[in-house]
Design a protein around this ligand. Structure first.
Ligand code: UDP
Length: 420
């Protein structure tokens, strides 16, 4: 099998590289051989040579030679440079127990915008636990991603962009977590909380029908871009979304940081049993994280003053509000003026997932950006309209908006050409 795949790939790649070199030679462009040292299985030193034309690498022939020699596998951890590998901590060296891969688990997560975990950790997990089934899964996902998810060229990545009238921040997950943590580094002042929200396709449908929700979101300090729908809609505007910043993936990273910086959190939302479970699980998983207090999301609707008192007296620095969108954003807008807290985040169904009351999609579905299919299958009555009607409606709205903005852009261009 290895010989068949290796020889086939070389037969495809070699003529292409040969032709590109001939062209470069004809046009008198500089052709060089760029050599890098990679770490193979058990720190075997691998020479990786890449042909470059005018400093741009051509298709990688050497990878396939190394694959034929057995130094690379088709699926495995992302290759790591020898220097970097020799500096790895002891516990991260298990990634070197197996050969590096041409297709890596990290790579498919990056394409889906969910590569939030440390790459070394992911590589070690793969080396320790990967089965043949997982390898087949990764290959199939990589193949499907190339078919449906390949990023078009010429996209730009602004710091912020507008999605159907709401300004979203274009951040990686790490940047998003850092932004939240940074907002906690001050003494809390009454009514001065930094406000964060997530917007996905369903939220965009809701605020397209409800101008007050749209306005509320635009008054928030940062709105994160959540999900594949937002990514597709942004792409139609020529914008590359940095990463899928959703609450469920952000939560463990945030908890790590909160625990390390000894910040405290108040949990508000979901049923009494769910929020209880969340608090108990947090204490188990992050012993140094301070849960200053928690309340369910139903019993305080008629007595908000009591809740303000509970939150303010708890001394929490961060408040997570899990009432679902747009209820939670409205709650934040109406109640933040009475809270002495540094930051508030609207986190939707996060507590249901973290408490395992509602199961999360398996990794391979998330890697295919199809988490919504799982939610639909789990709660067809609740979520049917949201996904089966909402998703096409959102794409229609986004397509219309991108067509309109293109028309406006070309009108402006024509006007400025006329003026010249
Ligand atoms: N919820 C709540 N109080 C309410 C209504 C809803 O605490 O008055 C909770 C509900 O129990 C659930 C969450 O809000 O945990 C909504 O989850 P959903 O998945 O609908 O939110 P989304 O992520 O879609 O915004």
């Amino acid at each position: 099998m290895r010989v068949f795949i290796g020889v086939t790939m070389l037969l495809l790649v070699l003529p292409k590289v040969g032709f590109q070199c001939l062209l470069a030679w004809y046009h008198q462009k500089k052709i060089t051989l760029y050599v890098q040292q990679y770490a193979g299985k058990n720190m075997q030193r691998l020479q990786h040579r890449t042909v470059t034309v005018a400093n741009t690498a051509l298709s990688d022939i050497d990878t396939w030679f190394l694959y034929l020699k057995g130094a690379y596998d088709l699926i495995g951890p992302h290759p790591i440079e020898f220097e970097a590998a020799s500096k790895l901590d002891r516990d991260k060296r298990t990634r070197l127990n197996i050969a590096p891969g041409i297709i890596s688990p990290f790579q498919i997560k990056r394409v889906s915008g969910i590569a939030h975990q440390d790459e070394n950790q992911l590589a070690c997990d793969f080396a320790n636990t990967a089965t043949d089934l997982r390898r087949v899964q990764i290959f199939a996902i990589w193949f499907l991603q190339r078919l449906i998810n390949s990023a078009p060229r010429g996209l730009y990545a602004p710091e912020r962009f507008k999605l159907l009238g709401v300004t979203l921040a274009n951040l990686s997950m790490r940047e998003a977590v850092n932004r939240v943590i940074k907002s906690l580094n001050r003494t809390p002042i009454l009514g001065d909380a930094t406000r964060f929200a997530f917007v996905n396709a369903d939220c965009a449908n809701k605020y397209s029908r409800d101008p007050s929700y749209k306005q509320t979101l635009n008054e928030f300090d940062t709105v994160f871009a959540d999900g594949i729908g937002v990514k597709i809609a942004a792409r139609w505007q020529g914008i590359a979304v940095a990463e899928n910043v959703n609450g469920t993936d952000m939560f463990p990273l945030l908890c790590d940081e909160l625990a390390a910086s000894e910040k405290s959190v108040y949990l508000l939302g979901a049923s009494n049993s769910v929020v209880n479970k969340v608090a108990a699980k947090l204490k188990l998983e992050y012993p140094s994280l301070k849960v200053a207090g928690y309340s369910d999301g139903f019993s305080h609707h008629t007595n908000p003053e009591k809740l303000h008192g509970l939150i303010n007296q708890s001394g929490a620095e961060l408040l997570l509000v899990a009432l679902g969108a747009p209820r939670q954003e409205r709650w934040i807008a109406n109640n933040a003026p009475y809270l002495r807290i540094n930051a508030v985040i609207g986190v939707g169904g996060l507590f249901d997932f973290y408490s395992e009351e509602v199961s999360r999609a398996p990794v391979w579905l998330r890697e295919l950006s199809l988490e919504w299919v799982w939610r639909l299958a789990a709660q067809p009555l609740d979520k049917g309209a949201r996904y089966l009607v909402g998703n096409p409606l959102f794409l229609l709205r986004a397509a219309r908006a991108s067509r309109d903005s293109k028309a406006i852009r070309s009108e402006i261009k024509e006007l400025s050409n006329d003026q010249l």
